[in-house]
Design a protein around this ligand. Sequence first.
Ligand code: BDR
Ligand code: CA
Length: 311
Amino acid sequence: PIKVIIDCDPGIDDSLALLLALNSPELNVVGITTVSGNVPADLGAQNALKILDFAQHLNIPVYIGAMSPLKVPYTSAQDTHGDDGLGNSHLPAVTTVTPHPDAVTFILDQLHQNPEILVLALGPLTNIAQALQRDAAAFAGPGRFVLMGGSYKSHGNCSPVAEYNFWCDPDAAKVVFDDMPRLIEMVGLDVTRKIVLTPSLLSYMKHTDETTGSLIEHITRFYFDFHWEYERVIGCVINDPLAVAYLINPSLLSGFESYGTIAMDGVARGQSIVDDHHFWHHAPNVRIATKVAVTDFWQLFLPRVTGAESP
Ligand code: BDR
Ligand code: CA
């Protein structure tokens, strides 16, 4: 299996991504690190433990990372994800295990021990940027770096041009794009927007696996309401699980390599800027996903997370 560290901010869709990863034998999740994003990093760590508990994987360590962005003030997404970060489902707290401090040291130690380790970032990039600032050479090994974030041709989801993970800590996103020795594999809104969890899919999951289907219903109810209120969409976009599914089946996504960087302030704060016409003559630093096989995603996600055959 592929050894992977999941850096995340759970978070409704992060939780679904964790469930998918934990139920996939192709992946060996060696640790979960949390960053302030949807919720503060310490609350995110409690949520990661709740998901590990549900999936019976409390043996996997959880590390708390950066509590605030590199430079800008922290803005959570609790309006989208609920005060508890899990759609106000208020799942029981885990009291038998506690999260560890210092996610950045954990990430760097793991990279030194296993240079082939894959780092998957599903939240703002503060931890990854701090790790790069401390020891960029740690990322020079053969492992991959995959992130959910950014928007190439699609519009933003928290400004006209910016996706939340990049917007929340634009300076960290810029450090990652400028200093990451690995090719960045970007799973952005262009493809994740196509992954809409509908009421009928939810109902299907509940019929096949009452326990998991109900958990997902609880944590996504708030998200459903939010999507209806602000976007008049029935169902909810789940971004982060697509990045996990891509690790398991890379053919789910296709795209191209280019040079990309990040705008840090003003109206363009957090915008991903892609030089797809080679004005700057820089070597490619990012592979951008532009197309997704949506049905194949659900065929992978449903049986793994709920034991359901795909409809
Ligand atoms: C990203 O932002 C968060 O709200 C989600 O968890 C996802 O990682 C989508 O913009
Ligand atoms: Ca996330």
